[in-house]
Design a protein around this ligand. Structure first.
Ligand SMILES: NC(=O)c1ccc[n+]([C@@H]2O[C@H](COP(=O)([O-])OP(=O)(O)OC[C@H]3O[C@@H](n4cnc5c(N)ncnc54)[C@H](O)[C@@H]3O)[C@@H](O)[C@H]2O)c1
Length: 306
């Protein structure tokens, strides 16, 4: 594990220097992946190709990018010409092999170590040897994902780039260097994140990093409060919204994030940190079992009275 001094030294590498990235590739056209593709084109003005195994997700995602860009035009934030240019930078594919010429990849598939390991192993065979392979994982160890590349030479190009949802709006990207991540990889990733219009923080590579180490126990406790009948969904959300000045209540936020994603993160915190305080609420498990994963699926939200 890196020392606190090494960690702090790395943080000072934040720079506004040109990122030098030629092409961005995004794997996973879900709510996060498509948002990342959007800011790569709109803000960093870099050609970006988004890949998903599901064509319907790609179609839905491209419509979302159209809507975001159009909204920016309507609000006077960009011209119609800039919108068309940004849109022309976005392409899509269902084949990972199409990333053979891509120098900066961001993986944003579902929160599963097995799935991410497979993608990183495949990307190592497909992409140029010096390509940076970033993961948008919410909680999985970057060091573990990097090991799936099979060599130190590739592992040093692996880094965590944790965007927030919805990506075109939220200001933060949490950057997570793994044990093997090189300073050059960190520097380039910070520069690209800044070109995407984001502010960065840096976290050590521990389960949940900073954002979800704090957020998930809060959301989980809100689901327990619902489960135990302490209050209705509206009582719980309104209490936290008006009582603590949160922009939205924890149950609404869980629906936005995706209940499957919340559950996966909590399971990682629970198993890897080994403390009961991270035990996922059984109600959260039940909703995921039922396929009620939240807003992205248009399914039942966390509002049933228990
Ligand atoms: N939802 C959030 O608020 C949030 C915030 C930050 C980070 N994240 C992380 O981002 C990642 C994606 O989350 P999301 O909310 O976009 O999930 P999502 O369910 O909306 O999208 C996941 C996408 O991955 C695709 N996919 C699955 N397996 C694939 C494969 N083998 N090849 C190509 N595509 C594949 C799916 O078709 C789907 O489109 C997760 O690691 C999650 O933890 C999520």
């Amino acid at each position: 594990m890196q020392s606190a001094v090494q960690y702090l030294a790395r943080r000072t590498l934040a720079t506004a220097a040109s990122h030098g990235v030629q092409r961005v590739g995004v794997i996973g056209a879900g709510q996060m992946g498509i948002g990342i593709a959007c800011v790569a084109a709109r803000n960093a003005k870099v050609p970006v190709m988004v890949m998903d195994m599901n064509q319907a997700q790609i179609d839905k995602g491209l419509k979302y990018i159209d809507a975001v860009l159009q909204k920016d035009v309507s609000k006077g934030k960009m011209t119609a010409e800039d919108r068309d240019h940004a849109r022309s930078l976005v392409t899509a594919t269902t084949k990972l092999d199409d990333f053979a010429q891509t120098d900066f990849l961001v993986e944003a598939v579902s929160e599963s170590l097995e799935l991410k390991n497979k993608i990183f192993s495949d990307l190592t065979k497909i992409t140029p040897a010096d390509a940076i392979l970033a993961s948008n994982t919410s909680s999985i160890s970057i060091t573990k994902i990097a090991a799936a590349t099979g060599s130190h030479a590739r592992a040093q190009n692996v880094i965590g780039m944790h965007f927030m949802n919805p990506v075109p709006i939220m200001q933060l990207v949490e950057i997570i260097p793994g044990l093997a991540t090189s300073d050059a990889t960190l520097k380039k990733t910070l520069a690209l994140a800044h070109a995407m219009g984001k502010t960065t923080t840096t976290s050590r590579d521990v389960p949940g990093f900073i954002a979800n180490r704090l957020l998930m126990p809060y959301i989980n406790e809100a689901v327990f409060a619902l489960h135990e009948g302490i209050g209705s969904k509206q009582d719980i959300d309104t209490t936290m919204k008006l009582g603590t000045n949160m922009p939205m209540g924890p149950l609404t936020l869980a629906d936005f994030i995706g209940l499957d994603t919340c559950l996966s993160i909590l399971k990682i915190l629970h198993t890897q940190l080994g403390e009961d305080k991270y035990r996922p609420c059984p109600l959260l498990q039940s909703y995921v079992d039922a396929g009620w994963v939240g807003k992205k699926a248009g399914s039942r939200v966390l509002r049933v009275q228990h």
